[in-house]
Design a protein around this ligand. Structure first.
Ligand code: MN
Length: 725
């Protein structure tokens, strides 16, 4: 059991030492607030929960972070584990603190355990990207460090998973941030649980050789110190055994026993200036025998994580090799605390050739010409702004361009998944497939075997080139047959709408002329292009419309209505095809294909360009255009002449449950009713359903309704609607 007083005292001292003159009253308020909020909670060992935030705050203070970060550390579990809210914390401690706490909470909620090696880099990137402010990462690392230090109270399963996560995420991050001391501690504790046998063997070896080691290190230290003091170089020199995990790694990668292991000793010489670093190097090489090929100058070429030192390996007169690291105090601070050290020493280490951790360099650059406070503010992580990292339900990480949607995600997994996409869940909630994804989202794609494949709209929604390419491929290749069908259907509909005859397309000379105008080799290619959306039917027809009209004007004028018969022309001079157009003495009449009106239907007329008046049912969707003021003058009042017995052609679509013999039943019903059927066809739909299309002649709407009732009485016909001709 650890006590509040003990931890509070330690935190208080560390804060005062590392941030002299800090506003302690603010910190005390945060301690009291967190203590209240966590008052009913206990750590696994039975200690009051508050000791954990206190310990984390102490680590954060030790790193040298600012007061906001210390407040953030004290409150870091409040949002996650208590009823504290962002707003409350913001009100009491300021928005910066609240944002830090919220950032840590986000990281706590995300699941960073992943077993796949190649995912680790993305996992670490996501960790950074989610953090936004580098202080969030540092608080989270401090949080993990304290949890590792108290790992013995966890269950064995939890120990293993937390230690793996530490090895995969936290230790590499600490390394990249240049925080060697913390990295070593994290690794050593993790090893203790992940390979306890090896850990024990190394510890036993080290303790068995303790006296020997200490004697050796003392001898070397004395030799170096004496020489440097003689030369008037002020220095601090000490030896140490390398940390357990680095010994463990050397043993396993080089397959060696402890006895065979090269350099497990490391000496540090810390001096006041860079020139003295090189002076010391000369003296070391003079005192001991140099091991060739082991000298490294990280002062002129710093490591990506800003680490600077001279490294050399030499052999003392006992024949034992050891490494010597030579650096200045500033470099030492950076080596121990990494990026965090820059809150203390804003001049920091020089920027070098940091390739694999470029954002550190950017941070350093942005630090120039600003004072310390601005620097903290500018420490936002913008490295991964153009990427978003999300999880599959199994915990695999997928990196996508920022703004990506479930569509991008699906195609990133596999084009088959994308093509079968029918919906998506984000964080276990159904959402639109065009929802932009956020870092850490868990994305699940709902697929269906009967999915119709991607929609043309998806090309505008998706952000990744990969998705776009795959969708286009699908449209172009895999569905050519279907594209041709769909393209042809919409092309024909457009031709019909403009009263153009399809027969023009197969008219030798004209056909060649039209294809040339459209820039296609054959009609199928053009249909396919319309089908996958590369060309609209309206555009295609628009391009050839004039050519067709010119070539077919005369016959088209005469035969523009297939329903027009010889009797019609003899009819009442005001009535054409059984329809009277008010205020117009003589004009051509066409019955529209969209709604196939029959006598008895309420109708309206629309003056078309070059084709007279087309008659629509008053409830036809196309007549909604009557509201358009630009076309108002083209709508005319029309009515049925009444006495006409002329048959009219109309179409019904029947919804059916698929069964053998149904088509025959429909045909029989029509014959029995003495209805002349022009066309009868069926089309199977998924799920055991089908649609029958019946085109037939009736005299008026009453007869149509009688036929409709008759058809609806047939078993397995479940519905009907007026269709298109
Ligand atoms: Mn915590």
């Amino acid at each position: 059991m650890e006590s509040f007083a003990e931890h509070y005292g330690a935190m208080y001292q560390t804060v005062n030492r590392c941030l002299p003159g800090v506003d302690m009253e603010r910190i005390d308020r945060a301690v009291e607030y967190a203590r209240q909020k966590h008052k009913d909670q206990k750590r696994k060992d039975g200690s009051p929960y508050i000791i954990h935030p206190l310990a984390v705050a102490e680590i954060v203070a030790e790193m040298g972070l600012d007061v906001e970060a210390i407040l953030g550390a004290l409150l870091h579990d409040c949002i996650e584990d208590t009823d504290a809210s962002f707003d409350e914390i913001s009100k009491l401690f300021g928005s910066t603190t609240a944002e830090l706490v919220e950032g840590v909470t986000k990281l706590t909620r995300a699941n960073f355990s992943s077993s796949e090696e190649q995912q680790m880099e993305n996992l670490r990137k996501m960790f950074m990207a989610m953090s936004k402010d580098i202080r969030v990462v540092l608080i989270k690392i401090a949080d993990r460090l304290h949890n590792m230090r108290t790992m013995q109270y966890q269950t064995p399963a939890k120990q293993i998973s937390k230690c793996r996560e530490t090895m995969d995420i936290y230790a590499p991050l600490a390394h990249r941030l240049g925080m060697q001391k913390i990295k070593w501690e994290l690794e050593d504790i993790a090893l203790q649980y992940l390979d306890p046998g090896a850990y024990e063997r190394i510890m036993n070896y080290l303790s068995a050789h303790k006296e020997q080691d200490e004697a050796f290190m003392h001898t070397i230290q004395e030799k170096v110190t004496n020489r440097l003091s003689d030369m008037g170089i002020h220095n601090t020199t000490y030896g140490r055994i390398k940390h357990v995990y680095s010994i463990y790694r050397k043993m396993t990668t080089q397959d060696k026993t402890m006895d065979e292991l090269y350099d497990i000793y490391a000496f540090r010489v810390i001096v006041d200036s860079i020139p003295n670093c090189y002076n010391v190097l000369g003296h070391i090489h003079d005192l001991f025998n140099l091991v060739p090929g082991r000298f490294k100058d990280y002062i002129s070429t710093p490591k990506p994580n800003m680490y600077q030192s001279l490294h050399t390996t030499v052999i003392g007169n006992q024949g034992i090799p050891f490494e010597v690291q030579i650096r200045t105090w500033d470099m030492h601070e950076t080596a121990e605390y990494g990026i965090a050290a820059h809150w203390k020493y804003k001049q920091g280490g020089g920027a070098g050739n940091e390739k694999d951790f470029e954002w550190v360099r950017r941070l350093l650059e942005s630090q120039q010409d600003t004072d310390a406070e601005d620097y903290v503010v500018s420490l936002k992580i913008d490295m991964f702004d153009d990427e978003v990292f999300v999880f599959t339900p199994k915990g695999k990480i997928v990196s996508l361009p920022a703004g990506s949607t479930p569509i991008d995600f699906a195609y990133m997994i596999h084009s088959g998944v994308g093509n079968a996409l029918v919906g998506a869940k984000v964080n276990n909630r159904i959402c639109n497939i065009d929802t932009p994804l956020e870092n850490g989202d868990i994305v699940e794609i709902i697929t269906s075997k009967s999915a119709k494949g991607p929609s043309r709209d998806w090309l505008n929604i998706c952000k990744s080139n990969q998705a776009r390419t795959k969708i286009k491929q699908w449209f172009k290749k895999e569905k050519r047959e279907e594209n041709i069908l769909h393209g042809k259907a919409s092309f024909e509909a457009e031709m019909k709408r403009l009263q153009l005859s399809m027969s023009a397309l197969s008219d030798g000379e004209l056909e060649a002329q039209l294809l040339k105008k459209l820039a296609f080799d054959n009609w199928d290619d053009m249909y396919a292009a319309i089908g996958y959306g590369g060309l609209t039917a309206a555009k295609a027809v628009g391009r050839i419309r004039d050519d067709i009209n010119r070539a077919t004007r005369l016959p088209a004028d005469k035969n523009s209505s297939p329903l027009k018969t010889a009797e019609d022309t003899r009819a009442n001079r005001h009535a054409v095809n059984g329809v009277i157009v008010e205020d117009i003495e003589s004009c051509m009449i066409k019955f529209s294909r969209c709604c196939t009106p029959v006598p008895g239907d309420a109708i309206v007329g629309f003056i078309t360009k070059g084709f007279g008046v087309s008659i629509h049912r008053a409830d036809c969707p196309n007549t909604l255009r009557r509201d358009d003021p630009r076309q108002a003058a083209r709508w005319v009042r029309v009515r049925w002449a009444g006495q006409d017995e002329q048959p009219f052609e109309t179409t019904l679509e029947l919804d059916c449950i698929t069964r053998d013999g149904l088509l025959l039943d429909v045909a029989t019903a029509m014959t029995t009713a003495r209805i002349r059927v022009r066309e009868l066809s069926g089309k199977d739909l998924p799920g055991g359903r089908s649609i029958f299309t019946v085109r037939f002649e009736v005299k008026n709407v009453a007869e149509l309704e009688a036929v409709r009732n008759r058809l609806l009485n047939i078993r397995d016909v479940t519905g009907s609607r007026r269709g298109q001709n």
